[in-house]
Design a protein around this ligand. Structure first.
Ligand code: ADX
Ligand code: SF4
Length: 232
């Protein structure tokens, strides 16, 4: 599979985000899925994808701990584009066991606990969402953090055995915002309240001007720990 990725990288070196999406949407019709957190990058991608091929499967991992503003935006986005965003929930029994054993706010107590929570609420549902798919589209950008500098437009995701497409990998934050404003795309109102990156409510806080984009995510942890395991 790595050979295919190398070949696609060569072939699509000069292609724009739109062209890359269009290429894969056609070639892998019915086998391409886009994971949206409804963050700024993902809203730009939703707009592009809906214009190219609205049959692409779009899904959100609903951890049960998202912000109300995120759910509101989900509704607004579905209506605007006349699409269904598929929600994937964690396994109820596993959540119940975890909370009984470790408490409802276990994530603040250790990195290990935080990873267990992400595993149960995000990673396992992600595995289900990607079952049977060949292409996974995501809004990751290099600039977002030190853990993401090495990403390329097309990646091979070893843990999910899938080709991962990152159409905005080289975009800057201002490019994302120009796109959203120019096309009048709805975005999460928390972005205007100091939240450049939005995840679960208990694990996300606003940042001060000048602080790094993801410093409000799991703010009590070191930057090199700040991945939930979705993107390894
Ligand atoms: S995270 O791993 O730290 O939570 P981040 O918020 O930066 O990720 O988002 C990066 C990409 O991960 C998004 O573009 C999206 O593809 C995916 N993602 C993150 N959270 C979710 C979610 N709750 N549901 C679906 N996709 C998500
Ligand atoms: Fe749990 Fe926080 Fe991870 Fe959400 S981000 S799944 S609440 S640890």
């Amino acid at each position: 599979m790595r050979d295919i990725v190398t070949q696609y990288r060569k072939q699509l070196k000069e292609a724009s985000s739109n062209e890359v999406l269009a290429y894969f949407a056609e070639k892998y019709k019915g086998k391409i899925a886009f994971s949206t957190s409804l963050g700024a990058e993902d809203q730009a991608l939703t707009d592009m994808i809906c214009k190219i091929d609205p049959s692409v499967m779009i899904f959100t991992l609903d951890t049960g701990r998202l912000f109300q503003e995120t759910y509101d935006l989900l509704n607004i986005t579905e209506k605007k584009y006349r699409i269904k965003i598929h929600l994937y929930f964690p396994d109820a029994t596993r959540v119940e066991e975890m909370v009984r054993e470790k408490g409802i706010n276990l994530f603040y107590e250790s990195v290990e606990n935080r990873k267990i929570c992400c595993q149960i609420r995000k990673i396992e549902p992600l595995r289900r969402a990607l079952t049977g798919m060949k292409i996974w589209v995501s809004g990751l950008r290099k600039e977002q953090s030190i853990t993401r500098h090495e990403f390329e437009l097309i990646e091979w995701d070893e843990s999910h055995q899938i080709i991962k497409l990152l159409p905005l990998v080289d975009w800057t934050e201002s490019q994302v915002w120009e796109y959203l404003k120019e096309k009048k795309i709805p975005y999460n109102e928390l972005h205007d309240k100091g939240f450049p990156s939005i995840g679960c409510l208990p694990c996300t806080r606003a940042v001060k001007p000048g602080e790094s984009l993801r410093s409000g995510r799991w703010w009590w942890e070191l930057p090199e720990n700040k991945e939930c395991g979705l993107h390894l």
